[in-house]
Design a protein around this ligand. Structure first.
Ligand SMILES: Cc1cc2nc3c(=O)[nH]c(=O)nc-3n(C[C@H](O)[C@H](O)[C@H](O)COP(=O)(O)OP(=O)(O)OC[C@H]3O[C@@H](n4cnc5c(N)ncnc54)[C@H](O)[C@@H]3O)c2cc1C
Length: 594
């Protein structure tokens, strides 16, 4: 049996605060500010080329826009309407690379488009094509077919999934009987979805980290630029401050790009972000109505919405609303109502109750500024803006504006090549065909999968169910997880027996986990699946407390912070004082009453 990833250093990278190991005044070839997917992927690219590079994220890695996507890895059929052909072509290329390089998290997704007419939208699509700015209208079968034919054309030499099809009224009704009566026909094609983007992001960091002499990926560290090539780093957990120096700063701070640039008095106006929200519903009738496919549909205002089966539930979204303050976004009740109304438009008989919503989330698309009639028409392509500030020495700032999750690799490659050119250094490694984390040696196809699982069960003496679960959670990196699990006494969580204590301990020790939500919201899918109860939060917080040596006051504070965030951002209702009785803890951290 082939071993998967195993390059994590326990108790080293990913467990200690990395800022400890950075010297005050240390010089780097490049510093990447912002640990969303764009910053992470650029850190990986630069690191793999042998550069001495630092990644700095002020919250947890992949916790802002990069944790809020529709979880589609797609070409972006809709962008053809805005004539963004290059973006669609690039996205389809990158989608196919991700299907190959990260098959443990990125999988094909049959996508179905219900249509209300054969000919609608021809005129408006034509006008938009010629750049005449006007809002979207109904999309009929002919318009959609044209788009799908272009989609197929772009992948004609790299066709790894079935081509599109059109379905008559009868064929459509047979498979999707729940559609609204107005649906006349339908079309289907293949894109992809990602189960755990936050986990894939951590694997990319680890891929970059292995090329550095010491841990260089810092979460919970705020970066301030402002004094020439000096960057001030503040550890938001320990309060420690240090300065580092670099003449090449990659500004990958997403919706905060212009704010970050203000530090060096660079009055950039690159970002015109829009907020998007999603809900996850636990509703078996809805799962059944989708019949395993994503439904890509228009709501009453002709906005494209999506819903697809996600980990046994249904992910539905999204909204697209201009915002001015990226720090305050949450999925509001108004947005929930809007999304539920959209669902009624297409599946009128499926009842979704408020209590079926087990998770809600929101993020800001860091789009470029544009003057368009609707937010849907703001270009989704990415742009690298290079600003050179000449003072004592030249400081280059590379601002990464926009970009899809899907296109992170290509955008990071472009940024990396620009930095390499500025440094007169060669590219050493391409990431095009580089497998990521648990995607290495991943068994493809049913036969290979069955053999792999059988071997896994035999080698580790675990049940078929546990083997399948761990493979789906970690890909082939499940072997490193199992090696760790079996090196000590293990038990399952009493509040959530599908996870074991040593499994979570492994994640906590190797994957930069410093707070409860890192573990239950981003290194695992516990939160997004609606599985956080007060007991789960308490048990996982205690686990981290033990590993990091928190006293009771700190433990209670961490529990409270996590509960408040889940309540505010994700629609949970967990008493922040909860099981801990944190208000009864004295100053020394001693619990007076629990
Ligand atoms: C609602 C929605 C749906 C989407 N759906 C899809 C989809 O289905 N498929 C797809 O391909 N793409 C999708 N996208 C697009 C994609 O998710 C984003 O374009 C991408 O995640 C942007 O990544 P980023 O790294 O630029 O930004 P972010 O993920 O926001 O990262 C920026 C980071 O910078 C950090 N930061 C800010 N200031 C500082 C500082 N001073 N010091 C240190 N760190 C700092 C922030 O904390 C943040 O983590 C969607 C986006 C949204 C919002």
């Amino acid at each position: 049996m082939q071993k998967g990833t195993g390059n994590h250093t326990l108790e080293g990278a990913g467990f200690q605060r990395a800022l400890n190991g950075i010297e005050d005044g240390e010089v780097f070839d490049a510093v990447v500010i912002g640990g969303g997917i764009n910053g992470i992927a650029t850190y990986r690219e630069l690191s793999l080329q042998g550069l001495n590079v630092l990644l700095v994220e002020r919250d947890d890695f992949c916790s802002k826009a990069s944790a809020a996507p529709s979880r589609m890895i797609h070409g972006g059929l809709r962008y053809l309407e805005n004539a963004e052909f290059d973006l669609v072509k690039e996205s389809l290329f990158e989608r196919n690379r991700l299907l190959e390089n990260a098959p443990h998290y990125v999988r094909p997704l049959e996508t179905h488009i219900p249509l209300y007419s054969w000919t609608a939208g021809l005129l408006s699509a034509g006008l938009r094509f010629f750049g005449l700015n006007q809002k979207t209208s109904d999309r009929g079968a002919l318009v959609v077919k044209t788009g799908l034919a272009i989609y197929d054309f772009f992948t004609r030499r790299d066709q790894i999934m079935p081509k599109h099809s059109l379905y008559s009224f009868r064929q459509t009704r047979r498979r999707w009987p729940g559609y609204a009566g107005a649906v006349k026909c339908s079309a289907s094609y293949y894109d992809a979805w990602i189960s755990a983007p936050e986990r894939l992001a951590i694997e990319l960091i680890q891929d970059g980290e292995q090329n550095q002499s010491k841990p260089h990926a810092l979460n919970y560290t705020h970066a301030d630029i402002g004094n020439g090539s000096k960057i001030v780093l503040t550890d938001r957990i320990t309060g420690e401050k240090k300065s580092v120096v670099s003449s090449h700063i990659v500004n990958a701070t997403g919706a905060w790009i212009d704010l970050t640039n203000e530090g060096v008095s660079l009055a950039s106006r690159y970002i015109g972000g829009t907020k998007g929200s999603h809900i996850i519903v636990d509703n078996p009738a809805m799962v059944k109505a989708l019949d395993g496919a994503m439904v890509y549909y228009e709501n009453a205002e002709n906005r494209v919405c999506i819903m697809f089966p996600y980990l046994g539930k249904v992910l539905i979204g999204s909204t697209d609303i201009p915002i001015s303050d990226p720090d305050s976004v949450i999925c509001t009740q108004e947005e929930v109502d809007y999304i539920l109304t959209s669902v009624k438009h297409i599946f009128p008989d499926v009842e979704i109750r408020e209590e079926d919503i087990c998770y809600r989330f929101s993020g800001v698309r860091p789009l470029g500024t544009a003057n368009t009639a609707s937010t849907g028409q703001i270009p989704r392509s990415h742009a690298l803006k290079v600003d050179e500030l000449v003072g004592g020495e030249t400081l280059s700032i590379y601002s990464m504006v926009g970009g899809k999750w899907t296109t992170f690799r290509g955008f990071a490659e472009q940024t990396c090549d620009t930095v390499l050119e500025a440094l007169s250094k060669p590219r050493l490694v391409s990431t095009k065909d580089r497998r990521i984390g648990g995607g290495k040696a991943y068994p493809l196809g049913k036969t290979a999968l069955d053999i792999y699982l059988k071997n896994l069960r035999g080698e580790y003496r675990i049940s078929a169910e546990r083997a399948a679960t761990l493979l789906s959670r970690y890909g082939t990196a499940c072997e490193a997880v199992l090696d760790f699990i079996q090196a000590g006494e293990d038990t399952f969580l009493s509040s959530l027996p599908e996870y074991s204590v040593r499994e979570l301990t492994y994640l906590a020790k190797t994957e930069y986990v410093f707070k409860p939500l890192d573990l239950i919201q981003r290194r695992s899918t516990i939160a997004i699946e609606g599985k956080v109860s007060p007991a789960v939060l308490a048990e996982t917080t205690r686990l981290l407390a033990e590993l990091h040596g928190w006293n009771e006051a700190r433990t209670a504070e961490e529990y409270k912070e996590a509960a408040e965030s889940l309540n505010h951002h994700n629609g949970y209702d967990i008493d922040p004082a909860g099981l801990f009785g944190w208000e009864h803890i004295d100053n020394s951290g001693k619990v007076l009453c629990m």
